[in-house]
Design a protein around this ligand. Structure first.
Ligand code: AMX
Length: 442
């Protein structure tokens, strides 16, 4: 398959680069770790290397070196479509180069071969209690698909280490192929009549999700899916879901196990679940005013929220120090497709006044909107109003990045992860200047 061929072609040079670093510069110190970092979520400690994506504080996300506007401009799109095919994005993430139109289509065609969800997975979802969170169903569904893992089967048969990446890529293609259908099965069962709609072979991967949930505004919603699934596909390698997947996969658990684990992290309110909170807050603001609030009214509302100790969802970021370009891309989409939507107009009003107010606090490092400040507004406009489902959409997209990380971790022979933990007493002895007794194998 095209992804296998291209990775096989570029892999020797990548292996040389990494081997050079590890052999010639093995003792080069990358960073120090402080006591406060250890106790505060290992924030900022540079423990991962990934070439799939990088978040620059001022430019935002770069996917394989390309900024979001560049990716949107350069990736191939189907005739009549404004936004690129996810197949081209996957090609870029996996192979480090921009695909031609034909190459992007080849990935899309490969996905089509594996896009249908086996009946036993549908049955499993349909027998769960109705109140099961859609992220639980999504994670279960991914795990259940893993019975067919090619990596796990070949590993038992004595696969050579240098070839681990090949069945990891096979699994990745088969898993990602099914994600839109899996999400649609969950959506239709949780919120509709439970119909199972087969993927439409005439549509691309992203557009098919819109088709399988029978979105009434199909064409525009297909376009939103293309944009949304592209924007959320990756965000470096050390956020909770990416790091979880990396850790689990480093034990040679296959990509189904690793992606399911990642989704369990994404399901947390401090990670992927944040987007539903943003929409909830927006609706709270919307319902507090009879019409679009004036700038002054909005400013008073925001100040009162801050005064009562609440954070403003959708604003701020741990790494970014500017407006998230993923926010901007969706903002532009809304400007074109739903300029009269009242929630969108509220998003614009908040964007006009909130950065100034957050700056007034003197403590918020990034007073600008993140991607979640607008995500829900767009889904809501197109009738996807079930807030708890939004994280599943995020997950469908994010597994594109997660599986690309996994393929490259295996291709570059990354070993099992095993950092060292200490005890409080050891730290106390160290800060008191006592001789260090911890032996660390390098
Ligand atoms: N509203 C009010 N206060 C905020 C704020 C916001 N939107 N963003 C940051 N602050 C406050 C912090 O709570 C902190 O206050 P403290 O010193 O009293 O504890 C102070 O400003 C400094 O925080 P920071 O260094 O600027 O941010 P952080 O790296 O600690 O946290 C984040 C980042 C996203 C958790 C934070 O900005 C926040 O809570 N934002 C609102 C929730 C949100 O939008 N989450 C989605 C994030 C996007 C994503 O990753 N999916």
């Amino acid at each position: 398959m095209i992804l296998h061929d291209r990775i096989a072609e570029i892999l020797p040079a990548w292996r040389d680069r990494v081997n050079h670093l590890v052999t010639e510069h093995r003792d080069f110190k990358v960073c120090d770790v402080t006591v406060s970092q250890i106790y505060q979520g290992i924030r900022g400690v540079q423990i991962q290397v990934t070439d799939i994506s990088y978040v620059d504080p001022y430019e935002g996300l770069r996917l394989r070196g390309y900024t979001i506007p560049e990716v949107l401009e350069k990736l191939p799109r189907l005739p009549g479509c404004e936004f690129p095919m996810a197949g081209g994005l996957y090609y870029l993430l996996m192979t480090d180069s921009l695909p031609s139109y034909e190459e992007a289509l080849e990935v899309e065609d490969e996905w089509k071969k594996y896009a249908v969800i086996p009946q036993y997975v549908i049955d499993m979802i349909h027998t769960m209690p109705r109140n099961t969170h859609p992220m639980t169903l999504f994670s279960q569904g991914i795990m259940a698909l893993g019975v067919d893992s090619i990596f796990s089967r070949q590993y038992l048969n004595g696969l050579a280490k240098s070839d681990y990446w090949i069945p990891t890529l096979d699994d990745s293609i088969r898993l990602t192929a099914k994600l839109p259908a899996l999400a649609a099965v969950i959506y239709n069962w949780k919120y509709r009549d439970g119909s199972v709609i087969a993927p439409n072979p005439d549509l691309d991967w992203s557009g098919n999700f819109a088709y399988m949930i029978e979105n009434p505004n199909n064409h525009e919603y297909e376009e939103l899916c293309r944009l949304f699934f592209l924007l959320h596909s990756d965000h470096e390698g050390a956020n909770v879901s990416a790091h979880t997947a990396h850790l689990v996969n480093s034990a040679l658990s296959d990509v189904y196990l690793a992606s399911s684990a990642a989704m369990n992290g994404l399901a947390g309110p401090l990670h992927g679940l944040a987007n539903q909170e943003c929409l909830r807050w927006l609706l709270k603001v919307y319902n507090s005013f009879e019409s679009l609030p004036s700038k002054e009214e909005m400013a008073d509302f925001a100040r009162a929220e801050l005064k009562s100790g609440r954070v403003i969802p959708g604003y701020g970021h741990a790494v970014l120090r500017t407006t998230d370009p993923r926010f901007t891309a969706q903002y532009e989409f809304a400007k074109k497709y739903l300029p009269d939507d009242e929630l969108y107009q509220l998003v614009c009003r908040i964007y006009e006044v909130l950065p100034g107010i957050l700056k007034e606090t003197g403590k918020v490092k990034n007073p600008y909107p993140n991607v979640d400040a607008i995500n829900g507004t767009l889904q809501y406009h197109y009738g996807v109003r079930e807030f708890d489902f939004y994280t599943v959409l995020f997950g469908v997209s994010r597994i594109l990045g997660i599986t690309a990380h996994a393929v490259w971790a295996r291709a570059l022979n990354k070993p099992i992860e095993r950092p060292k933990s200490l005890t409080t007493a050891i730290l106390e002895e160290r800060v008191a200047g006592k001789p260090d007794t911890v032996e660390v194998e390098m």
